[in-house]
Design a binder for this molecule. Structure first.
Ligand code: DX5
Ligand code: ZN
Length: 221
């Protein structure tokens, strides 16, 4: 399967989101990465639940890839209208019953994903490989765009790939954070499937969006 792209909308032109989403849709991008932050699990706030819900309006083919950086993530599912087709990541570190959160996402016909921050040992995912669609490997500390890659992220990516392959489960890996032009090919080689592209690639200053997207695909096919 070729690499899938999930541009991080918090890095987009926030005053023209309707046009941005339509453009991504026309470029054939699979996902829109929507970061939701509660200012408790991470010291930042991005979009509220109304915005997360309204992103659906201009979407024809592109799907929501909702990354919930919040304690008690299940509290927000109704307000976000999470359902069929949505890929939803919540943090292992932010939930005291991750299995229950995954079960709720499955009940809503969403694609459940578990996210782990850079200081969380990769092997914790072993408990969830029977239930999740993907693992979201944070390659920066969650909370802000524009950060450098967390040390050891590439090694963690290979370790995660090995754990999933050994399990025999068909679980994808999404990488999120400083997925840059320089790093994306190596991330692909080390086993990443879905790429959250933000300020260091697709939303960087090097190329306009309609050049950056095909260029990114050519690097991660
Ligand atoms: C950070 C978010 C990322 C971020 C990526 O907490 O989860 O999705 O927007 O931005 P860059 O690509 O600039 O690291
Ligand atoms: Zn994210």
């Amino acid at each position: 399967m070729a690499g899938l792209l999930s541009p991080s909308v918090m890095c987009a032109d926030l005053l023209n989101l309707n046009d941005e989403i339509k453009k991504l849709d026309s470029l054939g991008v699979e996902y829109l990465h929507i970061d939701f932050m509660d200012n408790k699990f991470v010291p930042n706030i991005t979009f509220d639940t109304n915005m997360v819900r309204s992103f659906k309006k201009p979407m024809k083919n592109i799907k929501r890839d909702i990354h919930i950086m919040a304690f008690e993530p299940e509290k927000f599912f109704d307000a976000m209208e999470i359902g069929e087709g949505d890929m939803v990541s919540f943090h292992y570190e932010a939930s005291d019953d991750a299995h229950a959160v995954i079960a709720e996402l499955i009940k809503r016909n969403a694609k459940p994903c578990i996210a782990i921050s850079p200081d969380t040992p990769v092997e914790v995912v072993k408990d969830f490989l029977d239930e999740v669609y993907a693992v979201l490997l944070m390659t920066v500390y969650p909370g802000f765009a524009g950060q450098p890659m967390a040390p050891g992220s590439m090694e963690r990516l290979s370790e995660l790939r090995e754990i999933i392959d050994k399990s025999g489960k068909d679980v994808l890996i999404e990488v999120d954070g400083h997925v840059s032009w320089d790093h994306c090919e190596e991330m692909r080689e080390r086993g990443a499937d879905i790429f959250v592209a933000g300020s260091s690639s697709v939303y960087g200053k090097d190329y306009p969006l309609d050049e950056a997207v095909p260029r990114f695909y050519s690097l991660v096919k």
